[in-house]
Design a protein around this ligand. Structure first.
Ligand code: OXD
Ligand code: MN
Length: 616
């Protein structure tokens, strides 16, 4: 049994668990957190499969995990959360830089000293009656030049199991820390102590959490404190809090990039290989693109990462990237046998499902897995469900946690210590209007402008005014650990240092709608046609038309062989409406203005250039 197939410890089981460390800083920190949170016991996790096996057994016994039918889904489990703990809590996410301006207008800033004292109160006794787990992990292959170490202290065994899949977790990391490697401090408590200050005990619940939540980043100290949630990015502190919010600040200070990007390897029919990093806002089909099965003959796409990329200039002057994670924490609904068969096969076993529905045969189901829903299910809240129930069986943000190594399309070099050289960077939004299917940036600066203006139209009244733009620059709005304008400046600086060796930059939009309100482009495997055009551009084999908003495919430039797309539809996909683009430029200017004098002049110049060409 192995829940930790890419753990550094899978073969060598540690029979006797350590009870401490010779690293004075780590030892003192563990001591300090234990004194504050007052757990019953401390367990130093070794990342072994034996440990995962024991923890999952305990959670099944306590009713906190349901073991799925091993005939269908070996070594796999279902967790059902408290209905109030189902997603990341952005309004309770804080960036505690010393100066408010360094968090910038798009982050929730809190004064660090005041926040530390508030957190002290919140965490005091928060682990009473519980076990405190020490989880050492590496982001990226152990010892790699782009990799970083971290330790998460948590009182959730569910989190330990997920961390074992999502990171390289194991005993060896402690040895590296003892040898002097730097590491990031992260502390997590579900905020549901089992014993109160007077020593009165209460029973545990299926999904312990707290109505009050805090997801707090101290970027200058490279430290995270998370309280009150057991869910996803709130609790798996390797992911959004460390690998994006803290790491983006490390990147700013050290000259590299921590990005909300998938990573793929493309092989052309001639055998050329290209590595692409792509940023999309949440829920724009990122996992699908990372596991794309091309419909065009001879092309192959392999997966390196589905969510986060760390990029750094290599000795050869090019930009190299790793996927710092070891697993996927993917959204289940919409991941189906038709839309993403690769993801479906990845989850054959050794998978933790959270908030999906349970089938009568002990397997799982969610909307979009199969075309037809089963006649009866137990829904994500544990209630009986039939197709007539009129509510989703799986929560829309329900998830699967699974090792990347299990993915049939994983590229051989996904664990390469030096990473892969990046040929192109892609920015994608979800735009019903204006933004064409694909455009290439005229320069790195123009590419940074494209990334800075990623957005989606609001589609539901609940999101705000329908049609209004929801800005998500670089798909990093909830994940950038510092002032977004400084982040753009950092990107411009990195581009300058890469010079002629910088990757090409493209913008894509799979979601343009026609006059009938339907999507014009079929998407999914057909997106390979857009990747083909990018590759041909990089090879110098495809012509482009220079337009005010970027370089578009020349007539017949896009391979549409075998695709039923009318000339009119194609025209709509690439149509540039000057009036609405000029309006969009006004909105962009308004958006940029909020960053005041932190706004990099180069991006204002790009805006002026787009406007100038639109008026031409
Ligand atoms: C995610 C997200 O969960 O981007 O990956 O929200
Ligand atoms: Mn994401």
């Amino acid at each position: 049994m192995t829940l930790t197939s890419s753990s550094p410890q899978t073969d060598t089981e540690t029979a006797v668990k350590r009870t401490g460390t010779t690293d004075p800083a780590l030892q003192a920190w563990v001591q300090e957190v234990a004194e504050l949170t007052q757990p019953d016991r401390i367990v130093w996790c070794d990342g072994s499969s034996r440990e995962a096996h024991e923890l999952s057994k305990e959670l099944v016994t306590s009713g906190q995990l349901i073991r799925l039918n091993p005939e269908w889904r070996p070594n796999s489990f279902l967790a059902r959360t408290n209905p109030k703990d189902v997603a990341r809590v952005e309004n309770r996410t804080f960036i505690c830089s010393t100066e408010e301006i360094d968090a910038g207008p798009t982050n929730n800033w809190a004064e660090p000293t005041a926040m530390r004292s508030e957190l002290k109160g919140v965490f005091a006794g928060s682990m009473r009656g519980r076990t405190m787990y020490i989880v050492p992990f590496s982001m990226g292959p152990l010892g790699g030049p782009i990799s970083q170490l971290g330790v998460e202290i948590t009182d959730s065994a569910y989190v330990v199991l997920n961390m074992g899949i999502m990171t390289r977790m194991g005993e060896q990391i402690i040895t590296m820390i003892e040898a002097g490697d730097p590491w990031v401090h992260t502390v997590h408590s579900v905020g549901y102590p089992l014993v109160d200050a007077d020593g009165v005990a209460r029973p545990d619940v299926t999904w312990p959490c707290n109505d009050t939540k805090y997801i707090v980043q101290f970027p200058e100290e490279r430290e995270v404190w998370s309280f009150g949630s057991g869910y996803g990015g709130n609790a798996l502190l390797s992911k959004k809090t460390f690998a994006l919010r803290i790491a983006s600040v490390m990147g700013r200070d050290e000259g590299w990039l921590a990005e909300h990007m998938l990573l793929i390897k493309i092989t052309s029919p001639e055998g050329g290989t290209f590595h692409v990093a792509a940023a999309f806002p949440s829920a724009c089909g990122k996992t699908n693109l990372s596991m794309l099965q091309p419909t065009i003959p001879g092309w192959k796409v392999e997966t390196i990462g589905d969510d986060i990329a760390w990029l750094r200039k290599g000795d050869d002057g090019r930009l190299w990237a790793i996927n710092p994670e070891a697993g996927f924490f993917g959204v289940a609904p919409g991941t189906g046998e038709l839309t993403n068969p690769t993801a479906v096969s990845t989850m054959w076993g050794n998978t933790i499902f959270t908030n999906v529905a349970l089938r009568d045969d002990g397997d799982v189901w969610w909307e979009g897995l199969t075309e037809k829903a089963p006649d009866h299910l137990i829904d994500w809240q544990g209630k009986d469900w039939t197709p007539a129930s009129g509510r989703p069986a799986a929560h829309p943000n329900s998830r699967f946690t699974v090792a990347a190594a299990q993915c049939p399309s994983i590229a051989d070099e996904w664990e390469a210590v030096d990473g892969v050289p990046i040929d192109a960077i892609v920015f994608g939004g979800r735009r019903a209007t204006n933004v064409p299917l694909v455009a290439q940036a005229r320069s790195w600066k123009h590419g940074v402008f494209m990334g800075a203006t990623i957005s989606s139209e609001k589609t539901a009244a609940a999101d705000g005014i329908v049609g209004e733009l929801r800005r998500d620059p670089f798909a990093m709005l909830p994940f950038c650990g510092y002032n977004m304008a400084d982040y753009w400046s950092h990107w411009l600086k990195v581009g300058k240092s890469l010079g002629t060796k910088a990757p090409a930059i493209f913008q894509v939009n799979w979601f343009r709608k026609g006059a009938d309100g339907g999507f014009i482009w079929p998407g999914f495997g057909e997106n390979a046609r857009v990747l083909e055009w990018m590759v041909r551009r990089m090879e110098g084999d495809a012509e482009a038309i220079d337009t005010p908003i970027g370089l578009l495919p020349a007539e017949d430039g896009l391979n549409l062989k075998g695709l039923d797309l009318s000339a009119d539809a194609l025209e709509q996909l690439f149509h540039i409406d000057r009036t609405s683009w000029l309006t969009e430029c006004d909105l962009t200017e308004e958006y940029f203005n909020q960053f005041g004098d932190r706004m990099p002049p180069a991006l204002l110049a790009e805006l002026s250039s787009v406007r100038y060409h639109l008026k031409d």
